[in-house]
Design a protein around this ligand. Sequence first.
Ligand code: MG
Length: 249
Amino acid sequence: MIILKSKEEIEHLWESNQIVAHILSDLRKMVQPGITTLELDVYAETKIRQQGGIPAFKGYRGFPATVCVSINEQVVHGIPGSRRLKEGDIVSLDLGVILKGFYGDAAITIPVGKISEEAARLLDVTEKALYKGIEQAKTGKRLYDISHAIQSWVEGNRFSVVREFVGHGVGRDLHEEPQIPNFGEPNRGVQLKRGMVLALEPMVNMGTWKVRVEPDGWTAVTADGRLSAHFEHTIAITEDGPYILTLAS
Ligand code: MG
């Protein structure tokens, strides 16, 4: 687990996360019916390399692309390709960047054209779940206060949280300690401290929380085929509370 100390470390981490944030906001504008998921991936990889960064996911445990693109019932880790987005889809984009040895990581779920009311509610509840978690990320709190805030918000809205994938520490590596489940009892887990860098990432399903992995070995889908959404920010815990590194500024 990284504990930020020097100003230089903070600046590098900030830069890396800002690349992620800006590319995701570009991709949000590019998402429309007819675009292929590979076009989104090529754009992201090109932009990262132009800025001297490295795609963090490409080659990670053999993942073949820059962006994880997960459509509709796909939860996470979808592989970009020739599939075209169509009106009414929802698409989750998860992006990681390495710059000067520091990792940035964030995800958003985007509506493609006009989506159903229930899908729109899923996106809204999932994004708010992320912010419920972020609110808890401050000194004096414990790790599972984040988990509990996310789970109770999501379940209070009659959706479910995925158990199989979790948030994580991030900084010098893509996945550092601690693991941050999106479910759990409050008042447990490690004490949160200033300088910690965490990637919070609720994955929320409309139906069952259960998932399975497709035969490609990567794409996780909901067990019941219903929709899933995913929002992620990388944050640093400061003396003034949580600071979101992946908000584009
Ligand atoms: Mg992550």
